[in-house]
Write a protein that binds this ligand. Structure first.
Ligand SMILES: Nc1ncnc2c1ncn2[C@@H]1O[C@H](COP(=O)(O)OP(=O)(O)OP(=O)(O)O)[C@@H](O)[C@H]1O
Length: 903
């Protein structure tokens, strides 16, 4: 896209252009084409921002807001940032929610001058920076993915396409409004392109607002499938999309929206993209947004990485590996074969410890190849990105050597799993890639600069022309020194040859020396400048040399840039094998780091099959166990057994037990085992047999502000309703304290009905934690229901949590003891005990308030407790005032008597 000329100027713009200076007219035209983005307008060494944009940018970036001339009688507000530092400013604006259109000078100002002194330098948009289309390391989260998605609906089918520009992944799938949330929350897009029409649906809008990142409404023309197909063909440089698979109209429309946005934001530059991957909802374990949030998979409920499942188990070395692990945890698989293939690779690294360590040591040298490749593909990478590719290629060879040296020298162990074999294949370079590696090796200096701007990244010896130019440039000092000494000899004067940017090289004499010049010398020298105490001259030889040196420097830079372009083009030609290679590195990193974690946590390989069984022995919560371990505290492992068919275990398990006994931890730990196993990871348990789960549901803890205006109880009911209507027999459900947010009998009734429905209608594997002990009767009423309780015991009036899951229902809640542990005022604890005793003796629950002698009891207790506090604090005060080191034995004895008197 080139914004230097506008085909049609609408009336509004025409009015604006009236009386504008040529540069301002150019600015206004370009701005009119990008009304929704802040326009960074390049002027020399600065990006300037004008009018309203200037006010917004100055506010967001804390820049000084200045004025530049007038337009239509008003002063023009302006702010500016130095071009070399623009990236940091843009990053800040993107984080503040803006889009930034970067408008550069497309020609050298000298070119413009040739067209006439008043002509304006050509300018055009080179890129629109938006949250979902970032490629720079400074703008991207190192270990997080950054996705742009598009949502479209055609002929009653809804499709979601996603793109990660920084790694070239493109994916699409068909979805429904009901399952959209599970996909959105797994992909966590930074930016969503959504057809206007769809945003009119209130529920869809609320969902997209909640987990769709920045929303960009798209007009109907952008979601037209025919236009989309044409754009996609252009983007991929193909005549037909058939080679990628069969896509529905909705999918083509969604991917076409992505293509249009890339075309717009990248100003026509074509990124290196992988072939679009068609997937289906059925390929993944479905986890809806609230389940995902409550299980704290990638982030905790408060939004931090620390404390999440991801942070507890992530031992990856590379940022790409970490992103892949996060992606696998976000979207665990559904097919036992695929899961087992991943598990084979982890097991291989568990069993080959030495190999694993060597691999991990090798991977430490790895940089973010995919992102470097993407930048180079879009023409904005620099020499350091080439170095990343070069290093990656070297590591590929090294990695293959490491992987092959397992048990046999040089040959691959025949037992090596398919997954690892395919990685080795991807790391094995073709002739063309080997050629590229050789060239990069020959061409690049050891530590190339980030940008091409100043040159200096091509190794001496790579190109003979460049060598000559560089020699001339580098030898210029010697040549000039020689000229200087020749001139000194010829004139007999101690003159100097100096350099400045305006005059170039010149001969400098003091005024006195100049006066003593001979006539012949005076004729030879060309006068350049007279200063207070100096005179500056040149000679034809010096002028010639100056020009040659200057030309050599600029020719060297031009040649270096051309060589860079050649290398970049060659990298681009090899983009696909390089992407495959990067994927192999990431997968190897994930498998070996999963093995590292498994060894450390004594995790085991789950048995994943098609059954409806969940049978965990001595399982632990991966996050809580790590947290307790860091405090030196033990974690009590627990078994968990469910079978939806009811054959080998209960379908529904009711979990009771005191507060703080570990009910929620137990529920979550079992759900997390499902996620980890289906992500292809080992699990923190002595063993686990898992029949694959199609959907995981969790209703744990307080609801969130998914849709504002719903109370916690309302949220709880909405989520529970969704579980009961969407879960299948293959699903896994954990429900924590359903119904507690309302009156006791309503709550109990709701909990009872939900438990019955889960067992009888949904028939999913379910864990149901509750404080309603009445529910434990269900064990005798429903065929496949068990009670278990998290145990605690009272000792010397205190409560000790054993955190052990035992068959049978809990006998009581110990809520009052927990309140005491929590530091509830003693008077309240004593009063609660009293009330509890009365409630328990009156089983009919007919106790009236009159039966509780309210004031008499409370007052007596208050006095009692207050008196205790008073005495204690006097004694405390007296003890605090004593410094034992200052006391004689006699004084100590006196203090003891005094204290005794206080008690
Ligand atoms: N198996 C275990 N081994 C050791 N400590 C545990 C175990 N399970 C839980 N805990 C500890 O007990 C604390 C309370 O656990 P949790 O929140 O699961 O209890 P709860 O029964 O759900 O409580 P409430 O009914 O009040 O919600 C946890 O923060 C954890 O530190």
């Amino acid at each position: 896209m080139n914004a230097t000329t506008s085909p049609q100027i609408d009336d509004g713009l025409k009015a604006q252009l009236d009386g504008a200076t040529p540069v301002m007219a150019q600015y206004l035209e370009i701005k009119a084409q990008n009304p929704d983005a802040l326009l960074f307008f390049r002027m020399g060494d600065f990006y300037e921002v004008f009018f309203d944009d200037a006010v917004k940018a100055a506010g967001a970036l804390s820049l000084a807001l200045t004025k530049r001339g007038r337009h239509q009688g008003e002063e023009i507000p302006m702010a500016g940032v130095p071009a070399h530092a623009a990236e940091a400013y843009i990053a800040k604006l993107i984080r503040a929610g803006f889009r930034v259109a970067v408008c550069d000078q497309l020609e050298d100002p000298s070119e413009a001058k040739k067209r006439g002194s008043k002509s304006v330098v050509k300018r055009g948009i080179v890129r629109i920076v938006t949250p979902g289309t970032l490629t720079e390391d400074t703008l991207l989260e190192e270990r997080g993915a950054n996705r742009l998605i598009a949502l479209s609906q055609r002929a009653g089918v809804m499709a979601l396409a996603s793109l990660e520009l920084s790694t070239g992944e493109v994916e699409c799938l068909e979805t429904t409004p009901e399952t959209l949330g599970t996909h959105l929350s797994a992909l966590r897009p930074s930016e969503s392109l959504v057809a206007d029409r769809l945003l009119q649906d209130e529920n869809l809008y609320a969902l997209l607002k909640y987990c769709g990142g920045v929303l960009q409404p798209q007009s109907a023309s952008l979601s037209d499938p025919a236009a989309g197909e044409a754009r996609l063909k252009r983007l991929y440089g193909v005549d037909t999309l058939d080679g990628f698979g069969a896509f529905s109209l909705a999918e083509v429309s969604a991917m076409g929206m992505l293509a249009a946005y890339i075309d717009l934001t990248q100003a026509g530059k074509v990124p290196v993209l992988k072939a679009p991957k068609k997937t289906t909802s059925l390929a993944f374990l479905a986890i809806d947004p609230s389940t995902r949030q409550s299980l704290e998979i990638e982030r905790t409920q408060k939004g931090s990485r620390e404390g999440s499942l991801m942070s507890a188990i992530d031992r990856t070395i590379t940022s790409g590996g970490s992103r892949l692990l996060a992606a696998r945890l976000s979207r665990p698989l559904n097919h036992p074969d695929e899961i087992n293939r991943r598990l084979d690779a982890v097991q291989w690294f568990v069993e080959h410890r030495g190999l694993r360590q060597n691999l991990r040591d090798t991977l430490r040298g790895m940089s973010d190849l995919a992102r470097a490749l993407s930048r180079l593909g879009l023409g904005r990478g620099g020499p350091r990105d080439l170095k990343v590719i070069k290093d990656g290629l070297e590591l590929a060879g090294e990695t293959i050597r490491v992987l092959k040296q397992t048990d046999a020298e040089d040959a691959l162990d025949p037992r090596c799993p398919t997954e690892i074999r395919s990685h080795i294949k991807a790391l094995t370079v073709s002739d063309s890639v080997a050629d590229l590696r050789f060239k990069l090796d020959m061409a690049l200096v050891e530590e190339p600069p980030l940008s091409t701007r100043d040159g200096g990244f091509i190794k001496a010896g790579y190109n003979s022309n460049l060598n000559e130019l560089i020699t001339l440039r580098n030898d210029s000092r010697q040549i000039i020194l020689r000229m200087e000494s020749d001139l000194q000899q010829e004139t007999g004067l101690p003159l100097k040859i100096k350099y400045n940017a305006v005059l170039g090289y010149f001969i400098e004499l003091t005024s006195k020396q100049a006066d003593s010049l001979s006539d012949s010398d005076r004729q030879r020298l060309i006068h350049r400048q007279t200063l207070a105490n100096q005179m500056r001259f040149s000679t034809p030889d010096l002028i010639d040399m100056d020009a040659r040196i200057a030309r050599a420097a600029s020719d060297a830079l031009t040649l270096e840039l051309a060589l860079f372009e050649d290398l970049r083009e060659e990298v681009r030609r090899n983009a696909h094998p390089l992407q495959d290679m990067f994927d192999a590195f990431c997968a190897l990193d994930v498998a070996s780091s999963a093995a590292e974690w498994a060894e450390d946590m004594e995790a085991t390989r789950p048995v994943v099959d098609d059954s409806l069984v969940f049978d965990a022995k001595a399982a632990r919560h991966p996050v809580v166990v790590a947290a307790l371990r860091s405090e030196g505290k033990p974690f009590t492992p627990n078994d968990g057994c469910l079978d939806a068919s009811g054959q080998t275990g209960p379908r529904l398990t009711l979990v009771t037990g005191p507060n703080m006994a570990g009910k929620s931890t137990f529920l979550r730990q079992n759900a997390l085992l499902v996620i980890m196993a289906q992500a292809g990871l080992f699990v923190p348990a002595a063993s686990l047999r898992l029949g694959v789960v199609d959907r995981l549901f969790s209703r744990v803890g307080a609801g969130d502000d998914l849709a504002q205006g719903r109370s916690t109880f309302m949220m709880e009911m909405v989520e529970t309703a969704a579980i009961l209507s969407q879960a299948t027999q293959r699903s896994f459900v954990i429900l924590d304290e359903i119904g507690r947010g309302t009156a006791t009998f309503d709550g109990l009734a709701i909990a009872w009905a939900c438990a019955e429905n889960l067992h009888e209608v949904v028939r999913a594997r379910a864990l149901f934690a509750t404080h309603y002990h009445e529910l434990s009767q269900l064990e005798s009423l429903l065929a496949h229901t068990h009670n278990i309780s998290m145990t605690a015991k009272e000792w010397n009036g205190d409560l000790i949590f054993l955190h052990e899951a035992k068959r049978g229902a809990a006998d009581r809640s110990y809520g009052v003891q927990v309140a005491k542990l929590a530091g509830m005022p003693p008077v309240v604890v004593a009063r609660a005990k009293d009330i509890l005793e009365r409630l328990e003796t009156d089983r009919s629950h007919q106790l009236k308030l009159d039966d509780l002698p309210l004031f008499a009891t409370v007052q007596a207790q208050v006095q009692n407790v207050a008196a205790q506090h008073a005495v204690e604090s006097d004694v405390e005060k007296a003890v605090k005032a004593v410094n034992p080191d200052d006391l004689s034995p006699r004084e100590a004895l006196e203090i003891i008597y005094r204290l005794k008197g206080l008690v």
